[in-house]
Write a protein that binds this ligand. Structure first.
Ligand code: FRU
Length: 579
């Protein structure tokens, strides 16, 4: 029945349920992991830098600081941009190394201001070959491998200043030029533009030209050298930038040149503390050309390139002349701008604090959501498990009921079988008894007929007595043997009169006759009585069950044993057992 309870079909249904549960659990576990991952990713995403932009500066000065500030400020409006700045301090080798390490650090785009035109060509090519877009900013190189150039039109700046000076000098005068760093594109272009403007004025002469390196000190050095070599009258000094012009002016003043008699020109016109606009406003310089930085535009250009927008190969920023007439207005405008910039900075730092706060709140919300999610998943799992368990219990109950019913049926069949068995045994015994009686009668008839044939019987009284006694003894011995033989095979339910007869070298009929003569009972009855007597003994002496005892004394049916027992002893085996 157990086999039937967990039949293949049942096992399959149980397996399917558990498989479904496992599948569902796995699915839920998968979803949990996925959602957790999404939460973590979204939390991490807020910190993710989308683009890294390397900015390689040729040197460090107030103009480049202004650019740097503007670039940083522009990132406030473009979250997800990281800027990496380097400055080569006018060292060509250093700039090469710095660009290489920027490229190796994994930048997405390179902004570079090369010191001179002929350097960095190989380094820039390498970056370009690695698919890193390159923006040449402010200064150019000979290399054509760059994405775009952004800077002011230095030629136009030179021209504009040339024309301004020609006007100031009324087409006549001696000019000293302190050029920018030799080999750098702005220095060359500013010179060429200037020369182009003054060439229309044959009375304007460039009496001396010396290169500086864009620093104030280099302007001083250049002017000292000029003073050593030339003693001509100087009407104007054209500086490659404001700082060099200021340096040259200091030397001239130191050497007795009258302030106010010489026109000083420069480039950059920075609105900062020592910047060109202030120098013009303070009449230290006569004019300067704005050399714009436009860091915000530069960052936008970089992002456009990174976002695969098409950009022109050259972007030229506009310049303008700063003179005593507009310098103060420009300074006022700058002050206003500086104020706005400061406000922006404050706002940015506040928004930074706010963002930090929001991020921490997001993290808390994320954790809470995750916890809810985990709870929901486990609740789901629990409900699913409970449902599966409930279903299984139902199946088990049903199967138990079926089992009980089958057991009941089996018991009924067993009882019926015992009854049939009892009947059969009884019928067998009756048949055997009848057969034995018939055989006995047949033998008697044969005996009587033999006696009649033989006539009289000569035997003395003594012989009969002694013969009877002998026979009694003989028969007593015979009966003991018979009982012993029965006891030897008492557990054998198949034991027959023939079997015992064989053991005693007697035929079944001979045995029957002898036993019947001695006891008045058939051997079968004696055998059964012996079995029952032994049963009685076991019931009172041992702790064996009635069934076990029945089998031990050769009954194949315990119920038949009980019945016969009652018939013989007038009480049931249980009554004997209780005693
Ligand atoms: C700043 C600077 C400016 C000049 C420019 C030329 O480093 O020297 O003064 O206008 O570079 O590239």
């Amino acid at each position: 029945m157990k086999m039937r309870l967990f039949s293949r079909e049942n096992r399959r249904s149980l397996t399917t349920i558990s498989q479904k549960t496992i599948f569902f659990r796995r699915k839920l576990a998968g979803i949990t992991v996925l959602l957790s991952a999404l939460c973590i990713i979204s939390a991490c995403n807020s910190n993710e830098k989308k683009y890294i932009i390397g900015v390689s500066q040729c040197s460090e000065d107030s103009w480049r600081s202004k650019l740097q500030d503007e670039l940083i400020m522009a990132t406030y409006f473009n979250e997800g941009v990281e800027l990496r700045f380097t400055s080569a301090h006018d060292d060509r080798k250093l700039q090469e190394q710095q660009i290489e390490s920027l490229v190796n650090s994994g930048i997405d785009l390179l902004i570079v201001s090369p010191i001179q035109e002929d350097n960095l060509t190989e380094t820039i090519s390498k970056a370009y070959a690695k698919n890193i877009p390159v923006i040449l900013y402010d200064r150019k190189t000979n290399n054509e491998q760059y994405t775009t150039f952004m800077g002011a039109d230095n030629y136009l700046i030179g021209e504009m200043l040339g024309q301004y000076l020609a006007g100031k000098l009324h087409g006549k005068g001696n000019v000293v030029e302190i050029g920018g760093l030799k080999g750098s594109s702005p220095a060359m272009e500013r010179h060429n533009g200037f020369m182009n403007a003054i060439k229309q004025y044959p009375d304007i002469q460039i009496i001396a030209y010396q290169s500086g390196d864009w620093t104030e000190a280099s302007g001083e050095v250049a002017m000292r050298r000029i003073l050593r070599e030339y003693d001509q009258k100087i009407d104007a000094v054209y500086g490659g930038n404001d700082r060099m012009a200021v340096g040259a002016r200091r030397v001239l003043l130191e050497n007795g040149y009258n302030d106010g008699s010489i026109i000083y020109l420069g480039v950059d016109a920075l609105p900062t503390e020592n910047g060109g606009i202030r120098k013009v406003a303070e009449s230290i310089l006569d004019a300067s050309a704005i050399y714009p930085t436009q860091g915000d535009e530069l960052l936008q250009l970089a992002l456009d390139i990174l976002n695969n927008k098409s950009v022109p190969k050259e972007i030229l920023m506009k310049s303008s002349l700063v003179t005593k007439e507009n310098a103060k207005v420009l300074l006022l405008q700058h002050e206003e701008l500086a104020r706005q910039y400061n406000n922006l900075r404050k706002m940015h730092s506040q928004s930074g604090t706010m963002q930090e706060y929001i991020k921490s709140q997001q993290a808390v919300i994320g954790i809470i959501m995750l916890m809810f999610l985990i709870i929901a998943v486990f609740l789901g799992l629990y409900i699913r498990g409970y449902q599966a368990k409930h279903k299984l219990n139902g199946i088990l109950k049903e199967k138990n009921k079926q089992l009980e019913e089958s057991q009941l049926q089996l018991e009924t069949i067993n009882t019926q079988l015992s009854l049939v068995n009892e009947q059969l045994m009884e019928e067998k015994e009756v048949a055997e008894r009848q057969r034995d009686e018939l055989e006995e009668q047949r033998d008697k008839i044969i005996e009587i007929s033999l006696t009649q044939k033989n006539g009289d019987l000569d035997s003395s009284e003594d012989d009969i007595i002694s013969g009877n006694e002998k026979q009694f003894r003989h028969e007593n011995e015979f009966f003991k043997k018979f009982i012993a033989s029965v006891n030897d095979h008492i557990a054998d339910s198949e034991l027959s009169v023939e079997d015992i007869g064989n053991e005693m070298y007697l035929s079944r009929v001979q045995l029957y006759r002898k036993v019947k003569a001695l006891t008045g009972k058939s051997p079968m009855e004696i055998i059964r009585e012996e079995r029952l007597r032994r049963g009685y003994q076991l019931l009172s002496d041992s702790s064996l069950s009635i069934s076990e005892i029945a089998y031990r004394v050769g009954f194949s049916s315990p119920s038949y044993f009980t019945k016969c027992f009652k018939d013989m002893f007038g009480k049931s085996p249980t009554d004997v057992q209780k005693i």
